[in-house]
Design a protein around this ligand. Structure first.
Ligand SMILES: [Fe+2]
Length: 210
């Protein structure tokens, strides 16, 4: 069974939603994905590639409390490890598929807010890494989907809809403290550290992660 999750419709205020919907981004081919990284740290420092500094601060001020309380609800111990937040924009080409995975342990809370187009395919969730009990968190603009990953019950994937690319805001609460996450999840730190190191290469070469 997939871990506890929450679906929240109308997550962003209309002005924020429209601004993200109207962002001018690079053209995307149907088999490509473009990830625009935007981060804000606990100390207020920002690192942005497609959002203005003031705008990520505004997003943080408006939505951090809500996200943090979701994390506290899903996994209280992990909430204490929060170091920074990501507000990435991900554009997925119409024929692009991201494989089944469970997210990096550096992610304490994983969130996605669907932006555009009107009709597309939402995140797919499963009860195991082989794709058992597939379920779609259906696409609806401004719908948010949130969960806190774990080793066994957070397998998911996403893909284009076949007709047009899709845009989403990915809102993650992150930590730098992998060792403590592993302690909380009762998993082997050295193995997980190694896995996190090799996953980007596996993905680049084989389009797979472990
Ligand atoms: Fe993911």
């Amino acid at each position: 069974m997939f871990t506890k999750y929450e679906v929240i419709d109308g997550f962003l205020k209309p002005t924020h939603f429209e601004k993200l919907n109207n962002l001018k981004l690079k053209n995307l081919k149907d088999h490509e994905i473009n990830i625009y990284n935007n981060k804000i740290y606990k100390n207020g420092k920002t690192e942005c590639t497609c959002l203005e500094d003031d705008f990520i601060r505004e997003l943080f001020q408006n939505y951090h409390e809500k996200c943090f309380s979701l994390l506290q609800k899903f996994n209280k111990n992990k909430a204490a490890l929060w170091d920074y937040s990501e507000f990435h924009i991900i554009e997925t080409g119409s024929n692009y598929k991201y494989p089944i995975h469970r997210d990096s342990p550096f992610k304490l809370l994983s969130g996605v807010i669907y932006i555009s187009p009107e009709i597309s395919k939402g995140t797919l969730i499963y009860s195991d890494k082989y794709g058992k009990d597939k379920k779609e968190i259906q696409w609806k603009p401004n719908r948010g989907f949130f969960f806190s990953r774990n080793e066994e019950n957070s397998y998911h994937s996403y893909e284009g809809y076949g007709k047009s690319s899709r845009r989403a805001l990915v809102l993650n609460l992150m930590t730098n403290n992998l060792e403590e996450v592993c302690r909380i999840e009762n998993i082997n730190f050295q193995i997980v550290k190694l896995r996190e190191l090799i996953n980007p290469y596996l993905y680049r070469i084989f389009k797979k992660v472990i």
